[in-house]
Ligand binder design. Structure first.
Ligand code: F6P
Length: 489
């Protein structure tokens, strides 16, 4: 544990599975660092490099592990070398295969999930992995420091950390949806209670929308009926969970549940989208699309929740129902690799490719490729597609927020129409100016695409302007600072 005399001990700490940097070992044995982006990176930068913040994360691959072993690291980052098998069981086996599936409601329930002894072994690893984070945070944090733990990978950390360091102010933020109680109830009762109690170790829980916050509150009351005395709106309107505290018999502690709808980073996006590499990619894309054609753009990590396959089916339906669009529209679909350690993700990626090929074979002509599918991650090319988009298709089955829905209107050159799933967190804020879709309804989505493609230019521009304003209301820096200040009280 850091002592008060240790003036260098961090007063703000962030914990997440994936950190802001990753390492690769090159053939000559040298280590190369790659820095990532995202809301948390720019959010944390808002407190400045001198604030002495510390980001605790896990080593993910061989390069990261080698960096830890060689003592190579970035200032302000501590990477934990958790044994690879423990990490794999926790990350692939529980976080991505169980918790992600529960919160996004992805199971095909006649056959799955099956909570067998293999699950119990992986769950033990999940506990061990959470314990490693709690121990590292407890060791590093200054007295009374603020710790903000991220996501479903680390649900047990708040409770474990509170036991070790009751002096800390602990927050947890969920970047995913939270499952409704009827679905959460699928988990074994003890696991459900462990997850809720782990989360309730925090002083404050953050969610991206009111819908996910409410779902957590409802789950909390049900999963731990003996521990939770009250879960709901308090007299002053705040959402709270009052529960028996670890401080002793009869003690009651309150966990506040807040909503922080992360927005797009307008300044960064607009500047980045006008650099030369984006211009080059726009020229290539224009060539591939062909002159005078409209574009329906989607950009996703290929996650099962993103619903890329039904998006392609809807586009095929559009070409069937409205032959007048043939040769006049191109579906630009960027589906970047994600979680390829999981067979079900690999199979899904293969299905995306198969369907795109099928559409191209069935409808394509010598001068027209109906679907332009790209699967290699290229941020500059994503921004180029954003700028060119006439229509943005964002149709997830369920999504915590979906930042693409917020980014495209900010970057698009001519303003774009957003076709948006009502199950995306972003729908709460953007729904009014988007064309809404039920993500399962392929015929309805095809109709929405037609509506979006034919929206009069004036209305399209107006809606796009309003979407961009709403999408940038809470940029990452403010999103992070709001949480920090709320925890600091
Ligand atoms: O989008 C939800 C989310 O949990 C993010 O918070 C997080 O960055 C990401 O998914 C985790 O993805 P990965 O498994 O690739 O680290």
């Amino acid at each position: 544990m850091a002592t008060t005399s240790d003036s260098a001990a961090p007063t703000v700490l962030v914990a997440s599975n994936r950190g802001p940097v990753s390492y690769q070992v090159h053939e000559d044995g040298s280590l190369h660092a790659k820095r990532g982006g995202g809301g948390l990176v720019s959010g944390l930068s808002a407190i400045g490099p001198d604030a002495g913040a510390l980001w605790v994360c896990s080593a993910l691959g061989d390069g990261d592990r080698e960096a830890v072993r060689r003592g190579v690291g970035e200032p302000g980052v501590r990477m934990l070398d958790i044994p690879a098998d423990v990490h794999s069981d926790a990350y692939n086996g529980i976080a991505n295969s169980v918790l992600w599936f529960v919160h996004h409601m992805l199971y095909q329930t006649p056959l799955e999930p099956v909570f067998d002894t293999g699950f119990r072994r992986r769950w033990a690893s999940y506990e061990e992995y959470n314990r490693a984070f709690a121990a590292a945070l407890a060791e590093e944090a200054a007295d009374g420091a603020v710790v903000i733990v991220q996501d479903y990978h680390l649900c047990l950390v708040p409770g474990m950390l509170r036991e070790l360091r009751p002096d800390l102010r602990i927050g947890h933020f969920s970047h995913t949806p939270w499952a409704p109680p009827e679905y959460f109830r699928m988990l074994p009762d003890d696991v459900r209670a462990r997850l809720v109690r782990g989360m309730l170790g925090a002083d404050r829980l953050g969610f991206l929308t009111r819908r996910w916050a409410d779902a957590f509150v409802r789950c909390a009351g049900e999963a731990d009926p003996e521990g939770v005395a009250f879960a709901g709106a308090a007299e002053d309107g705040r959402l709270v969970v009052r529960h028996s505290a670890d401080e002793g018999p009869g003690a009651v502690r309150e966990t506040v549940v807040g909503v922080h709808g992360l927005g797009a980073d307008a300044d960064f996006l607009r500047e980045r989208a006008h650099r030369a590499d984006v211009g080059e990619r726009m020229a290539v894309l224009r060539e591939e699309i062909g002159a005078g054609r409209r574009t329906i753009v989607r950009v996703d990590r290929t996650e099962l929740s993103k619903n890329i396959v039904r998006g392609l089916l809807a586009y095929r339906q559009l070409l069937d129902d409205r032959p007048e669009w043939r040769e006049r529209v191109v579906h630009v679909a960027f589906a970047y690799p994600s979680r390829q350690d999981l067979a079900v993700y690999r199979e899904y990626t293969a299905e995306v490719r198969r369907l795109a090929d099928e559409i191209n074979e069935r409808y394509g002509t010598p001068g027209w490729t109906p679907v332009l599918l790209h699967v290699e991650d290229d941020f500059a090319r994503s921004l180029a597609a954003y700028r060119l988009a006439d229509v943005a298709l964002v149709n997830p089955i369920r999504d915590g927020m979906n930042l693409v829905a917020k980014e495209v209107p900010v970057v698009s050159d001519e303003g774009c129409v957003l076709v948006l799933s009502r199950e995306a967190g972003a729908f709460e804020e953007l729904g009014e100016d988007a064309v809404a879709v039920n993500p399962y309804d392929v015929v309805g989505t095809a109709r929405a695409l037609h509506e979006a493609l034919t929206l009069p230019a004036g209305e399209r521009a107006e809606r796009s302007k309003r979407l961009a304003a709403t999408a940038t209301a809470l940029p990452p820096a403010k999103w992070f600072l709001d949480q920090l200040h709320a925890l600091q009280g």
